[in-house]
Design a protein around this ligand. Structure first.
Ligand SMILES: Nc1ncnc2c1ncn2[C@@H]1O[C@H](COP(=O)(O)OP(=O)(O)OP(=O)(O)O)[C@@H](O)[C@H]1O
Ligand SMILES: [Mg+2]
Length: 235
């Protein structure tokens, strides 16, 4: 289980995360909803060891992640696909994917097989494997970002707004792929503003406002809630 227990984060004097408690059980697909600035990315960056929590603990099984190095956290199986994709635009698609396996460079055996799995999941990436990542469409770049995270051999995948800026049809395909990744055994924590589509594939969801978790529930409970619908679905 990935567990956030009273996690706080400060940027200077600004409290970006205020005693956040949240968990994702093994095999779950958990969605984190929240408006711009709610703290979703901050939470992910803290789990990944990019930011250091000011208080609380984040555990993956028996392992404490607060204070661990980002590379150690990836090695443990907690892998982030960051908001905005963060690809190396001038490097080829395949080089970008291979970089996702960097922490496993001492044990390259499985990486070839996982690369094949990524190409099976996103056939267009095989066709474009030698193209510069920056030359791909937004949706294709998002596929590279997800594929690169998979090369890190995630047991838990932290997906930060994968649908950002994509066309509706591409978003639909993206959510189908995320569901497939989850169904093949990877625990997924998915931050999304595309609340309706995300809730449709979620097992459970949290709502975040101003650094705090304000709601937790099953997708059907949140979808049935008028205030949630007004704030996050617009219907
Ligand atoms: N590096 C930083 N330094 C200072 N403040 C920051 C930093 N990163 C984020 N913040 C602030 O922390 C708050 C939470 O930001 P965060 O990026 O986590 O929100 P978010 O929920 O991911 O929003 P979005 O949906 O727009 O990506 C915001 O008020 C933001 O301005
Ligand atoms: Mg964000």
């Amino acid at each position: 289980m990935l567990k956030f227990d009273n996690v706080s984060l400060k940027y200077g004097s600004f409290l970006a995360l205020d005693k956040v408690c949240l968990h994702a059980d093994k095999g779950e697909l958990v969605v984190l909803l929240g408006a711009n600035g709610a703290g979703k990315s901050s939470l992910f960056l803290t789990a990944s060891g990019i930011h250091k929590a000011a208080g609380g603990s984040i555990t993956w099984g028996a392992q404490e992640l607060v204070g661990s190095k980002p590379s150690t956290i990836v090695e443990a199986g907690v892998v982030q696909c960051p908001e905005g994709r963060k690809l190396f635009a001038h490097m080829s698609v395949q080089k970008n994917l291979e970089l996702g396996a960097y922490v496993h460079r001492g044990d390259t055996g499985p990486s070839k097989r996982i690369l094949e799995e990524v190409y099976a999941l996103f056939p267009i990436l095989r066709e474009k494997k030698d193209d510069a990542a920056g030359s791909l469409s937004g949706g294709q770049q998002q596929m590279v970002a997800i594929g690169r995270a998979m090369m890190g051999r995630p047991k838990v995948l932290l997906l930060d707004e994968p649908s950002l800026g994509l066309a509706p049809l591409v978003i639909k395909q993206m959510f189908e792929v995320i569901q497939r990744i989850n169904q093949s055994g990877t625990t997924v924590l998915l931050a999304e503003q595309n609340a309706f589509a995300a809730l449709k594939i979620a097992h459970r969801a949290y709502v975040m406002e101003s650094g705090r978790i304000v709601r937790e529930g099953k997708p059907e409970q949140l979808l049935a809630d008028d205030s949630i619908r007004k704030a996050y679905i617009g219907a």
